[in-house]
Design a protein around this ligand. Structure first.
Ligand code: MSP
Length: 626
């Protein structure tokens, strides 16, 4: 009987489209799930969507939709994206699913029966984007969310509370007895600090809106979205529905999450489970966060890259490879398209694709495309390869995925070096083709090992490589643990290069080019802004103002207008006379330094400069701009 391995991703909020940051968690989980399948485990890989709570309700309202149909649309986007990204989840859970909602109610009832839920009054701060309560001690005077930096809302409600405080010591004991419960270690230590300072009871219901799971026996309340969401991990595997399935899969082997939601997974969730007497997950791994070109990913910055867009441009496998190679798993990392291209060119096209290409070309030419005789004479090489493979599996088993990937890349470096040192193009001149055959066989066998090691990360490429090497069986652990898997005389295929290098000028960055639907305006909206050509008749400094200039502008049939513009640091008044500039003429007038500004001129601004927009050539003042 194979051992089971139950792995989960967090369930994603459906308030906005997925981006490269959200895809990161799912891609890494997919890599681990695929690796475990190769190693013979019976894997259950769960992902899904978190659809209740105030944040989702707000997003639906802003979009003018009822929350359920809004969630249906967004959940479908996540589902389809995972399909397009080759994600092999076994199930996709949605928290608006009735079965799940029933389980949430039963779970909370059980906590109540066990004396862990009581009624009280919550008064304090709440972050809607994070759906998180904060106490005064966590905050300074600015009252912004310590996690996301956004403004908090003060709320005062009659709530039900969970006796989280009761579990402080039990949790500390669990951490002590299970040193690997939370990984990496520095994240475990963060949680230990929170535990050591003592836990407060947690408000677990809300009354000011109703988009959530109703509290059993008190329908005025809906259950706190985090309590609802965490329970997905057990409702998805049959809790209270299919006990044999549930006891087979639970406890989960790994909850993979981002660092900002560690407290919920490593403190709140285990305490909830303790309350109802269920075993705790075996491991919680909190990975770091991705920035894009050094900036936090945010819709308003326009850098929330659509992963599908990237995958279409470079291929799924390349994006997955880049994310696992460049972002050290567990740490924060920066996404840069240039680095992705560098990895593609150096690691994949040069070290991997080129070696395969050169090798299969020689087998085609000198061995009529049949894999040459197996060779065991080079024991030093074989030993080096098998040591690297062993470290690879150890590193993968301990979730050091980036370091495991290094081992595959080291094998490619080793094989390239071996190829260059053995000079097969010289051996090819020899009548006796055995030495040439041995070298080519060895390189093929290393390439096969690399393909298996990379299969969780680059599944399509690995199948392609194995096929070219003449291997058509299943990918399994045995291909890694023994040398000489490839069979002599099998047909090797020499095909197109595996990867195409990208020249710098071919790369148009995907960042900032993505159209954000909610940023778009219609042509009618644009037409509301009336732009006209204005000729500067007069320009002068404004006493006591360092920044402002006063301009009198001729707008032809519309007459003359006074414009107060913040350009004094960049232009001398004299230099502006006679220029045909672009003026917004339907802005509400405002008073600046006591003077009315009856329009606005357009200018381009960088950190250091400001340049007024002018018209290319001469045209009547008052001409419309569109
Ligand atoms: N709904 C909750 C999770 C409930 S699980 C019971 C939630 N959802 S989320 O959509 O905000 O985040 C889901 C995952 O995406 C988290 O693991 C989070 O860390 C990850 N990421 C979102 N943006 C990210 C980056 N910029 N970088 C890496 N991962 C990030 O929290």
């Amino acid at each position: 009987m194979p051992e089971k391995f139950y792995i989960t991703t967090p369930i994603y909020y459906v308030n906005s489209d997925p981006h490269i940051g959200s895809a990161y968690t799912t891609i890494v989980a997919d890599v681990i799930a695929r690796y475990k399948r190769i190693m013979g485990y019976d894997v259950f890989f769960l992902t899904g969507t978190d659809e209740h709570g105030q944040k989702i309700l707000q997003a639906a309202t802003q979009n003018g939709e009822d929350p359920q149909s809004f969630c249906d649309k967004l959940a479908a986007k996540f589902k389809n994206l995972w399909k397009d990204l080759n994600i092999t989840n076994d199930y996709f859970i949605r928290t608006t699913n009735e079965d799940h909602m029933r389980v949430v109610q039963s779970f909370v009832s059980k906590m109540k029966e066990n004396g862990d839920v009581y009624k009280g009054k919550y008064q304090g701060w709440y972050c809607i984007p994070c759906e998180t309560y904060w106490s005064e001690e966590d905050l300074d005077e600015s009252k912004i969310c310590p996690s996301c930096g956004r403004e908090l809302k003060f709320i005062a409600e009659d709530n039900y509370f969970f006796r989280l405080s009761k579990y402080t010591d039990k949790l500390l004991k669990h951490y002590e007895e299970n040193p690997d419960f939370v990984q990496p270690d520095f994240r475990r230590n963060e949680m230990l600090k929170i535990l050591q300072s003592g836990l407060k009871d947690l408000s677990i219901t809300r009354t000011t809106f109703s988009w959530g799971v109703p509290m059993p026996d008190d329908l005025q309340h809906v259950i706190y979205v985090w309590v609802d969401a965490l329970i997905n991990y057990i409702s998805a595997v049959g809790f209270m529905k299919d006990e044999s399935r549930f006891s087979y899969y639970w406890p989960a082997d790994l909850h993979l999450i981002g660092k900002e939601i560690n407290r919920f997974h490593s403190i709140v969730w285990p305490a909830m489970l303790m309350s109802v007497g269920l075993p705790l997950p075996k491991k919680v791994f909190a990975h770091g966060w991705l920035t894009v070109n050094g900036q936090k990913i945010s819709k308003s910055l326009g850098n929330a890259i659509d992963p599908r867009f990237l995958a279409d441009k470079y291929g799924n496998d390349v994006v997955r490879f880049y994310l696992l190679r460049d972002i050290v798993f567990g740490k924060d990392g920066d996404f840069s398209e240039q680095n992705l291209v560098n990895r593609l060119n150096a690691d994949l096209a040069n070290n991997y694709g080129n070696l395969l290409h050169r090798t299969t070309a020689m087998i085609k030419k000198h061995f009529n495309s049949k894999l040459p005789e197996r060779d065991l004479s080079d024991s030093k090489l074989v030993e080096e390869v098998m040591t690297a493979v062993k470290s690879f599996t150890h590193l993968m088993d301990t979730l050091q995925i980036t370091q495991a990937l290094d081992k595959a890349m080291e094998l490619l470096t080793l094989a390239n070096k071996y190829f260059d040192e053995k000079k097969p193009w010289i051996l090819a001149k020899d009548e006796n083709k055995k030495p040439l055959g041995s070298v080519l066989y060895n390189v093929c066998e290393i390439l096969l090992k690399v393909a298996v090691m990379l299969a969780p990360i680059m599944p399509e490429t690995s199948l392609d490589v194995m096929n070219r090497l003449g291997f058509n069986g299943d990918i399994s652990e045995q291909l890694l643990s023994t040398w000489g898997v490839l069979k002599s005389k099998d047909t090797v295929k020499h095909g197109k290069p595996l990867f195409t290098k990208i020249q710098e000028k071919q790369t148009k960055p995907v960042v900032n080019t993505q159209l954000q639907e909610d940023n778009l305006i219609s042509i009618d909206e644009f037409k509301k802004i009336q732009l006209k050509v204005g000729k500067v008749l007069r320009a002068e400094k404004i006493p006591k103002s360092k920044k402002l200039l006063k301009l009198i502008v001729d707008l032809g049939p519309l007459g003359q207008r006074q414009i107060i513009a913040g350009i004094a640091n960049y232009y001398e008044p004299q230099g502006l006379l006679g220029k045909s500039i672009v003026v917004v003429i339907n802005l509400k007038p405002v008073k600046l330094m006591g003077l009315e500004s009856q329009g606005m001129l357009l200018a381009a601004k960088s950190d250091a400069e400001l340049k007024i927009l002018t018209v290319d050539g001469s045209i009547e003042p008052g001409s419309a701009i569109s």
